[in-house]
Design a protein around this ligand. Structure first.
Ligand SMILES: [Zn+2]
Ligand SMILES: [Zn+2]
Ligand SMILES: [Zn+2]
Length: 226
């Protein structure tokens, strides 16, 4: 990690370190991708922070110290912005990597399958959207891919399992349930250390209506039926 001066001068020196086809890292709740030419539209705050439009259209803070946007590394992997991730994947020919990154790991796949869900359903839907797309970089195509990322089946697991203090050897997530994290309501800061947990008042089972509508449109409904 190299250090750059703050403000527009820092952004200019940061650009010189970018290779062809690379993006800069931005942050605003999620981690975003910023195209080099978006810096033309940057606004400089009084503290020298640059506010720049990201690939998704949101105005985000240039996270200069993180340099180039690296989709498969921290900090981006903490909370990648789905429309930015797909814009980069399509523009850089890395859709297979993006599909792998949004797919459940081995233990999650096994748990989803046990609960009657096809763990490959989001991957299959992404491929169907891409196969039907004329130009995959069209905004309506990226919007659908981002929706699949957001609404893909998630696994709500017991706290001990999530923290790997459950003692299961190996942990196969017993007592887990399939949920849509995007459709469900999550607790906020008022919940203190429990912020970000599912609210019982509105926990939406996966696959949700958004995933179902896309699956029906792309004639994959059989693959996602419960
Ligand atoms: Zn974004
Ligand atoms: Zn949903
Ligand atoms: Zn466990």
């Amino acid at each position: 990690m190299t250090t750059h001066p703050a403000g527009p001068a820092g952004a200019a020196s940061l650009l010189e370190t970018l290779g062809p086809g690379q993006y800069l890292t931005g942050v605003h709740k999620d981690w975003h991708a910023i195209a080099p030419d978006a810096l033309e539209f940057a606004a400089t705050m009084s503290n020298q922070v640059l506010i720049v439009p990201a690939e998704c259209g949101d105005l985000v803070r240039l996270a200069g110290k993180h340099g180039a946007y690296a989709r498969d590394q921290v900090p981006v992997t903490y909370r990648p912005c789905p429309p930015c991730a797909w814009a980069v994947a399509v523009a850089t020919g890395t859709v297979d990597r993006e599909i792998a990154l949004i797919s459940p790991d081995e233990a999650e796949s096994a748990a989803l399958a046990r609960l009657g869900l096809d763990p490959l359903m989001s991957a299959a839907l992404c491929r169907a959207v891409l196969a039907a797309a004329g130009d995959p970089s069209d905004p309506e195509v990226l919007r659908q891919l981002a929706a699949i990322t957001r609404h893909r089946p998630g696994l709500a697991v017991a706290e001990e399992c999530a923290e790997r203090s459950c003692g299961h050897q190996p942990c196969a997530y017993p007592d887990s349930r399939p949920v849509c994290w995007a459709c469900s309501l999550l607790s906020g800061d008022e919940a203190g250390e429990w912020a970000g947990t599912l609210m019982e008042e509105c926990t939406v089972p996966a696959p949700c209506g958004v995933l179902h509508a896309l699956a029906v449109h792309y004639k994959l409904a059989a693959a996602i039926s419960r």
